[in-house]
Design a binder for this molecule. Structure first.
Ligand code: CA
Length: 255
C-alpha cells in the first residue's frame, strides 16, 4: 500500500492570521492537522509547537533500534504506533507547557490536533478536540473521530441537530485540547487500511461551513488529492470563510 496525498491551509476570509498548522511527513507516514487558539500570535505558536512535538517524537521513536528503551512508559495493550502517537501528543503538550512557562503572553494558548500514522497495513489515528478525520469508502463518507466539544455532546444527547451545531454560538468550545496541562487524554483508534480509501484530516474551518455530505461530494468529485484540498478550502470560503481552514487528503493506492 502506498499513499498519495495533498494538503492546503488558508487563513479564510474573516480572519487576519492563520492559527492552523499542518505537517505532512511521507517518510514517517505521519500526517497532522492542528488548530490553535489564543490571543495575538499565541494560537499559531500553540498549533506549531504541538505539531513539532508530535513529529519529533514519532521520528525519534521510529529511528530507535528494538533494544533501545522507550523514553516514556510503554502501554503493552496498545500497538507501537498507538503508543507513539499518544506519547507524541503528550510531548507536544509538554512543549506547550514549557513555552507558556517562559512567555507570559502565551498563557491561555491551546490547540486541537488530529494525526494519522500509516504503516503498510494499519492506520493509527489520534485526536484531541474538534479537528476531524473522515473516510470516503466506495463513495460513502464516514466520520472517524468524535469531536471533544460542547456542541458534539449536545448532538449526542439529541439536544442539537448537526446543522444547528454548526450555527451555535458555542460551537468553538472544545472540551479537550493540548493546553500544557497535566494528564492529557488522547483518543486513539486503529483500523486496517483498505486500497481505494480516501482519508481526510481537517480543521473545523471546513465543517463549520460544509456539511458531511458536501464534504463527501467534494471528495468524490475531485480525484486529485491536492485539488480536493483546494476545493474544500474554496467551499469553506464560498460559504463565508469564517475561520482558518486546513485539509490533508490521503489516497490509499495499491502497490
Ligand atoms: Ca478553527
Amino acid at each position: 500500500m502506498s499513499v498519495s496525498f495533498g494538503s492546503a491551509t488558508h487563513t479564510g476570509l474573516r480572519r487576519s492570521t492563520n492559527e492552523d498548522n499542518l505537517s505532512v511527513r511521507e517518510d514517517l507516514g505521519l500526517f497532522v492537522v492542528a488548530d490553535g487558539m489564543g490571543g495575538h500570535a499565541a494560537g499559531e505558536v500553540a498549533s506549531r509547537t504541538a505539531i513539532d512535538g508530535i513529529v519529533a517524537f514519532v521520528e525519534a521513536t521510529l529511528a530507535m533500534s528494538p533494544e533501545q528503551t522507550w523514553p516514556i512508559p510503554f502501554d503493552p495493550s496498545l500497538s507501537a504506533n498507538a503508543n507513539r502517537l499518544r506519547a507524541g501528543f503528550r510531548m507536544g503538550n509538554r512543549q506547550l507547557a514549557v513555552q507558556i512557562e517562559t512567555a507570559s503572553e502565551l498563557r491561555g494558548m491551546a490547540t486541537t490536533a488530529v494525526a494519522m500514522l500509516v504503516d503498510a497495513q494499519v492506520g493509527t489515528l489520534a485526536h484531541v478536540g474538534d479537528s476531524r478525520a473522515y473516510r470516503l469508502r466506495d463513495g460513502q463518507i464516514e466520520r472517524l473521530t468524535r469531536d471533544h466539544s460542547w456542541v458534539e455532546e449536545q448532538v449526542r444527547l439529541g439536544a442539537l441537530s448537526e446543522s444547528a451545531a454548526r450555527q451555535h454560538p458555542w460551537r468553538n468550545i472544545v472540551t479537550r485540547a493540548l493546553s500544557g496541562s497535566e494528564d492529557l487524554e488522547v483518543e486513539i483508534q486503529e483500523f486496517p487500511l483498505v486500497w481505494g480509501d480516501r482519508l481526510l484530516l481537517c480543521s473545523d474551518g471546513v465543517f463549520a461551513v460544509l456539511s458531511d455530505e458536501q464534504i463527501a461530494d467534494t471528495l468524490r468529485l475531485e480525484t486529485d488529492p491536492d485539488g480536493a484540498c483546494q476545493a474544500l478550502i474554496a467551499g469553506a470560503n464560498d460559504g463565508g470563510g469564517p475561520d482558518n481552514v486546513t485539509a490533508i487528503v490521503l489516497d490509499l493506492d495499491a502497490g
